[in-house]
Design a protein around this ligand. Structure first.
Ligand SMILES: [Zn+2]
Length: 561
């Protein structure tokens, strides 16, 4: 996650700023859209850049609008951010209202006709946050249903690949405004059937870390790791970038795509003041030849070679993972991509599928368990745990086995469950393929006491490093930080029969505290899969539990390396 460090509502081009401050992009649209509050400030800064055509329902503003349009045209060539990209990405996007259809030309020159038939958004009873958005679309005459983002990948249907990165409900009560630049009911993205989602050889996984090695907050998932989910908090920070937790100071961050450094720390390349770039001491922006801006946030250190104007190669070191800036106090990489959207506005280019594909190319995992996103419920309410997004290279997963925090077990890709006590739960999903290979993931369930909704349970962020290539007897570092409590201690159980270890983190009293995480080290004597558990209980007896999956070699042991 990140929070805007500066208010860029008023662009620096002072002579034109009075026109830019008109809410031009919004008047013709729903008041629920709040482009001005966009987290990275882009659409806030440039309301008239592209929104000019969308305004003319308010007649009395016509003159202003005409003027603004003129100024927009006039300004366009001045912005380096808008110079024509050298290359067009494979992905195509289209924004549609319900009952609207469009023909889209795909990257291979073929055409697809897509119509948005229906949008269903499911909200929780605690914060009124969208927890699931499903769209029904007609694609080349064939009807199908897609779930928007939240760890869903593109699907193949009717001779094309399609996904739904964002729907209207997510931008209506977002604390981040319209980060997506979406002015219609839903956005759909299309690729030719059989095509990669992102060009091979031109995109890599930006962390030197195992897939899902720690908590994540992917697109459209309300942020939760730092304790940000509370029933009283009605402005939802639906994450739009991709947050990957990791051990502070121990995970190298690399360039997902080659590109030019536009900002590094507080230094910004001249000519990019009006662009998606928001320089901050812990942030790097790169611009690739697709015209996409890549943000790397919360870096503990930035590599000295990453200077404004420098050309950075694919996979080159950008810095080291940290918890700087507006991290909320949990150590993670915030990675996002901003590009021009069908609305004409700058907006998020959903990157989860790109990370997934890049990781697969680089690591060739045989199996990936997916139990995310997290859940947020009152006591007594039903939760649907869902492992069906798990993936097997063999094409089929033979078993889905769940072990719950209370010790009970169940089987099946999805199941319902309710909780009588508030707390942070970590439900273990084990997937097994036909050859007996296994992988694990954990479903975080945050349960709030319905009779005392202000008494929030603690939350935990555990990490470890290294996560790749661990051998028996290697020293592994474990770091944990608690949120929403300073009471008690964290207790580690490394899952190998060794004694429990007690540590005490600071409870995130000061999010940037250097020793905020409690650190311990452990060695596993034998190869295998270890489910490491950590927990902490507050003064009211509310407990948080979290897990890590540590796979210890030697040799290929069949899980994501
Ligand atoms: Zn983030």
């Amino acid at each position: 996650m990140f929070y805007s460090g500066t208010d860029r509502r008023y662009p620096r081009r002072a002579a034109f700023s009075p026109l830019h401050t008109w809410p031009i992009g919004i008047l013709g649209h729903s008041r629920r859209l709040k482009p001005f509050q966009r987290g990275s400030g882009v659409n806030a800064a440039r309301p008239c850049r592209t929104g000019c055509g969308a305004i003319n329902r308010t007649a009395e503003l016509f003159t202003w609008i005409s003027l603004a349009a003129f100024v927009c045209l006039f300004l366009r060539p001045l912005s380096a951010a808008d110079s024509a990209p050298a290359r067009t990405a494979i992905v195509r996007a289209v924004d549609l209202d319900v009952n609207e259809a469009q023909e889209v030309e795909l990257a291979d020159g073929t055409k697809a006709r897509v119509k948005l038939l229906r949008l269903d958004e499911t909200r929780d009873g605690l914060r009124d946050a969208v927890r699931q958005a499903r769209v029904q679309v007609e694609l080349n005459g064939q009807s199908l249903v897609l779930t928007s983002a939240t760890y869903h990948l593109p699907v193949t249907a009717a001779g094309v690949q399609i996904d739904c990165p964002i729907t209207k409900g997510y931008v209506t009560n977002s604390s981040e405004g319209n980060a997506w630049g979406l002015l219609k009911d839903a956005r759909l993205r299309l690729w030719p059937a059989g095509s990669p989602w992102i060009e091979p050889g031109m995109f890599v996984y930006p962390l030197k870390q195992r897939w899902f090695a720690s908590h994540t907050q992917m697109a459209n998932e309300p942020t939760f790791v730092d304790g940000g989910e509370a029933p009283s908090n009605k402005k939802i920070y639906y994450h739009y970038g991709l947050d990957s937790g990791g051990a502070e100071g121990m995970v190298e961050i690399v360039a997902a795509a080659a590109g030019r450094v536009i900002s590094s720390g507080k230094e910004i390349l001249p000519g990019y003041d009006d662009s998606p770039v928001q320089a901050r001491y812990d942030v790097v922006y790169l611009l690739d030849d697709r015209g996409w801006f890549y943000r790397y946030s919360h870096l503990q250190t930035i590599d000295p070679a990453v200077r404004p104007g420098a050309q950075i190669s694919l996979g080159q070191k950008v810095g080291v993972l940290g918890k700087e800036g507006g991290s909320g106090g949990w150590s993670h990489l915030h990675f996002d991509i901003t590009s021009r959207q069908p609305s004409g506005l700058w907006g998020i280019q959903e990157g989860y599928a790109f990370l997934w594909e890049a990781y697969q190319r680089q690591n060739a995992p045989k199996l990936i368990a997916v139990a995310r996103p997290h859940h947020f419920v009152f006591t007594g309410e039903k939760v649907v745990l869902d492992g069906s997004k798990s993936w097997s290279a063999s094409g089929r997963i033979a078993r889905y086995d769940w072990t719950f925090t209370d010790g009970t077990t169940a089987s099946g890709p999805t199941l319902e469950r309710a909780y009588s006590q508030s707390g942070e739960y970590s439900e273990i999903l084990k997937v097994t393929d036909a050859r007996g290979e296994v992988d694990y993931d954990f479903a975080v369930v945050l349960v709030i006491d319905k009779s005392a909704p202000d008494q929030l349970p603690p939350t935990l962020h555990p990490t470890f490093a290294p996560t790749l290539g661990i051998r028996a007897d290697d020293t592994v570092t474990f770091k944990v930080r608690s949120f929403r409590t300073t009471f008690g201690n964290e207790t580690w159980d490394f899952g190998d029969g060794s004694g429990k270890v007690t540590v005490k983190s600071d409870g995130n009293v000061e999010q940037h505290a250097k020793d905020g995480y409690a650190v311990t080290q452990h060695r596993f004597a034998r190869a295998g899969h270890y489910l490491v558990r950590v927990e902490r209980t507050n003064e009211r007896g509310q407990r948080a539990v979290a897990h890590l999956h540590v796979s210890v070699g030697p040799g290929d042991i069949g899980v994501a390396k």
